[in-house]
Design a protein around this ligand. Sequence first.
Ligand code: AQP
Length: 327
Amino acid sequence: MYMRKRIFSGAQPTGQLHIGNYLGAIKNWVELQDDYECFYCIVNMHAITLPQDPKTLRQKTLDLARIYLAAGVDPERSTIFIQSDVSAHAELAWVLSCQARMGELERMTQFKDKGKGNAERAGVGLFTYPILMASDILLYQTDLVPVGKDQKQHLELTRDLAERFNRDFGETFVIPEPFIPKVGASIASLADPAKKMSKSDENANGAIFLLDDADTIAKKIKRAVTDSGTEIKFDETRPAINNLLTIYQLMTGKTQAECEANFEGKGYGALKGELADAVIEFLRPFQERVKQYDDAALGAILEKGAEAAREIASATLDGVYKKMGIS
Ligand code: AQP
């Protein structure tokens, strides 16, 4: 029997999702559904590595499920579930935290960023977060993990932990490969192209959120920083224009050559105007679809997803416990 390769990925129900999350990750989740067996998780246990308001967290968890569905994740073809509904994630995280080395985690740059360089005050969960992410992935014997570039280092740690476990206890985990898109893997902030577009950016103009209204989108793009010079071409040495063009390319589905031809002889004002139109047009039907799912329909999808996920995750965890002499 032909077995499709397996995919696992997820997003945190924190802040508001932006077009970087969509273009770097979720867009690819949708495209990969035909060829792979896909598990898409709402990683609420990762969210609590930083303080969250309980009511808001629950609401954002359900809202994120709506965003997956509106983006085109199809619950008939893919498994959509909430991480905390499958307790094996936390259990395997404990096992793997006994295999991981402090030194490995200390090298994770995201901890340094999110912990704001103050390890003394940072939560232990924020430090060990990459181990929980490794557990998420390894529980499903995942072949491929579609993520943005910022997650590459965590994926490498996941592979190291899986290889170490397999070596010490016998073949247990599939070693996953990252799937990082060639275009869109790192969408930059509109306010500072040296930084990635981020939910937690203090500058509200840096990110275009998936649920922003048309006026807000147009204003943010109008205020976006540009580079010196006038040419509108893909050029990594001019990161601001390169970023705007990349977003335009992904939103319109045009090739790089078509994008450059479209803006030949035009100025930055035209680029910003056409980009705003493209983003607004792209997000309009998406925003309509987000409203479609009521709580009951959503609950049924998530319950079905959790059941399917539990079955695979508990089989992996049983194997791990047996190999370690725990059960
Ligand atoms: N700027 C980005 N460009 C491309 N991909 C991105 N991703 C995040 N930012 C960009 C990818 O989105 C997926 C889901 O991300 P997440 O919810 O796990 O949160 P994150 O990576 O922590 O995203 P943010 O927006 O940067 O949040 P904060 O501000 O809280 O750190 C992942 O695959 C990620 O690679």
